[in-house]
Design a protein around this ligand. Structure first.
Ligand code: KG4
Ligand code: ZN
Length: 362
């Protein structure tokens, strides 16, 4: 097998990112460059991502970011084997910017295009820095998504559970807001929680006795908002932040524990691998609790380095390169999709995410 050199493009939320990755015929992938332009400062005054601002900001920098990624990698466009761009799910204005840029390059350079599902990018992200063979159990926890997936291989994910209301990162962000923290709330809340007493404020344990691997964070959010109202002292907020962080981490690991039991029942007890991915995987308490759960169940534990947890284009390039190797190439008419479940069959059968007009979001 020959080496593949793939350019990845990511614009589905508030990061404009491009990366160049080499996937050798055998052996580990190599990230030659990974450039990220964050729009956080532009959205901060509004306390969240504003879709119009995001789309415009992507248009302004996309060319430059792609050029920087190629320059840093020392790769000329003519040397590329293919172009991978996120085609959804995400904010449609942003997705269109990155996907159109990718299509234009694929057309001009006569290269194959891979229209990558952003969630598949997160799903393969643990493979960027560490050897992790398929299949593995994945907890994908980000600002928009919270799901447990059985990852068979590229293009083959089966959903075991999903959130019935908010995603874990969304819960961090919304609770961060009521605690007066800047956007995004997750990292700020983790800093605030340092040294706090996690057992001072009792918080509800959602879906505790319920079968299955679904998540729910809305009860926790409401309880935390109510508790936050009466707090004036910085120490009080620190303790509440610690309680919230610990409660979110606990729910994630309890559901993962169930998914692990299910996974073992289905596949037997050999070669058990677990990975966590997405922005919330950057949280040290979340990692700690998950690592314990994995150890108790006899699973190996993989978490991507922090730079590959939050949105980036290296993961899109890797998903694209694996797709290219498997012959999974898309036409230049590939649509930009605001909603695009990874496991379409599971999402159609049980749309745990509010279905909306266009079907399940994830
Ligand atoms: O994967 P990501 O960059 O974007 C999405 O696809 O959503 O995830 C962003 C989410 C935000 O909700 C952010 O608050 C959360 O990840 N996050 C964290 C931490 N770092 C990022 N949550 C908790 N602790 C952190 N250290
Ligand atoms: Zn993401």
């Amino acid at each position: 097998m020959t080496d593949l050199l793939v350019l990845g493009i990511e614009t589905s939320c508030d990061e404009t990112a491009a990366a160049v990755l080499r996937l050798p015929g055998s052996g580990a992938p190599e990230v030659l460059s990974s450039v990220i332009s964050s729009q956080i400062a532009a959205h901060r005054p509004y306390g969240g991502v504003v879709p119009e601002i995001a789309a415009r900001a992507h248009v302004e920098v996309i060319d430059l970011i792609i050029r920087q990624a190629l320059d840093k990698a020392g790769v000329r466009p003519a040397e590329l084997s293919g172009i991978a761009a996120t085609a959804g799910p995400g904010l449609i204005g942003g997705v269109m910017v990155g996907l159109s840029a990718g299509k234009a390059m694929a057309l001009a350079l006569e290269l194959p295009l891979m229209a990558v599902n952003h969630l598949e990018g997160h799903a393969v992200s643990p493979r960027l820095a560490e050897e992790l063979a398929y299949p593995f159990l994945l907890l994908l926890v980000s600002g928009g998504h919270c799901q447990l997936l059985e990852v068979e291989g590229i293009g083959a994910c089966r959903r075991l559970g999903s959130t019935i209301d908010d995603a874990a990162g969304e819960a961090f962000d919304k609770i961060g807001k009521v605690l007066g923290l800047p956007y995004p709330g997750g990292p700020a809340l983790e800093r605030l929680a340092e040294g706090g007493a996690a057992d001072r404020f009792p918080l509800p344990r959602a879906l505790l006795g319920r079968e299955g691997c679904d998540f729910s964070f809305s009860g926790l959010k409401t309880a935390a908002a109510r508790l936050a109202e009466g707090l004036a002292e910085p120490g009080d907020k620190r303790d509440l932040a610690a309680a919230v962080q610990s409660a979110i981490a606990r729910q994630l690991s309890e559901r993962t524990d169930r998914a692990m039991a299910l996974y073992v029942r289905r596949r037997g007890g050999a070669g058990l691998r677990f990975a966590v991915a997405g922005g919330v995987a950057a949280n040290a308490e979340v990692r700690r609790q998950l690592q314990q759960t994995a150890q108790a169940r006899g699973f190996s534990f993989t978490a991507p380095p922090l730079a590959y947890c939050t949105d980036n284009a290296a993961m899109i390039a890797l998903a694209g390169a694996e797709r290219l190797r498997a012959g999974l190439i898309d036409g230049l008419d590939a649509p930009a999709r605001p909603r695009w479940p990874l496991d379409e069959a599971a999402a159609a059968a049980s749309p745990t995410h509010a279905p909306g007009r266009k079907g399940a979001k994830a």
